[in-house]
Design a protein around this ligand. Structure first.
Ligand SMILES: *Cc1c(COP(=O)(O)O)cnc(C)c1O
Length: 227
């Protein structure tokens, strides 16, 4: 298993190798370390190993950790979990990024509750495989939602996020990832500040990088399995 620092190093090496294999520019993929359900001491270990980008899924747990680690002021905190409209305020007030905007109401509330001092970076979550059990905007809702978010002064639209369906084979998995890449490139032509395609987790990060991901969200490969 190794230590968190060792596993982090392996994950970073895998990213570098996958980027190279895909003939993509060096440093074109970021690693978001996903620490949901893991103790603050795990985050500190990764921090001491040089890591600064962390992702949390649950509002209360995430805000508690951000407050406990407030002296680590150069951590960039990403909210990546499902977001209910009555819980947007603590997210707007504490996180730097939200990956999981899937409807207008959530975007509006985050915009209203964010201080005008510094914009909140946001991604639209896309339900690319149209799964009824999964959050995310439908493919055909993305364009209108992007336009609405772009007009909000306290949000900066940075891109798209997805959690594709687990498929039986790599070709089917690749298909969904490439649909996302296409949508991402299309949006980028309209909104030049868009630079983030958040896709790929512990078990599909290489394939996601092959298909254009710019940020992989890695939990268990670094911090071990969750309960
Ligand atoms: C938990 C989670 C991850 C990390 O998953 P692993 O398989 O542990 O790497 C990434 N993205 C989201 C949205 C998650 O909820």
């Amino acid at each position: 298993m190794g230590t968190i620092a060792e596993r982090l190093k392996i994950a970073l090496k895998t990213i570098t190798q996958s980027v190279c294999d895909a003939n993509r520019p060096a440093n074109s993929v970021k690693l978001l370390a996903v620490t949901k359900t893991k103790p603050v001491s795990d985050i500190v270990q990764a921090y001491e190993a040089g890591h600064r980008l962390f992702g949390e899924n649950y509002v209360q747990e995430g805000v508690d950790k951000i407050q406990q680690l407030s002296e680590f002021s150069d951590i960039e905190w990403h909210f990546i979990g499902p977001l209910q409209s009555n819980k947007t305020r603590p997210v707007a007030e504490n996180f730097h990024w939200v990956h999981s905007i899937d409807r207008l109401k959530i975007a509006q509330r985050l915009n209203d509750q964010r201080s005008a001092h510094k914009t909140l970076n946001v991604c639209i979550q896309v339900n690319v495989d149209n799964e009824s059990s999964k959050a995310g905007a439908a493919m055909d809702e993305v364009s209108a939602l992007a336009e609405q978010i772009s007009a909000m002064p306290n949000l900066t639209l940075r891109g798209l996020m997805t959690i594709p369906k687990a498929q039986q084979n790599e070709d089917m998995q690749r298909k969904s990832l490439l649909v996302m890449k296409e949508l991402f490139l299309q949006l980028q032509t309209k909104y030049p500040q868009i630079d983030t395609l958040s896709m790929g987790m512990s078990n599909d990060m290489q394939l996601a990088i092959e298909c254009g991901s710019t940020m992989v969200r890695i939990g268990s490969a670094i911090f071990g399995s969750r309960q």
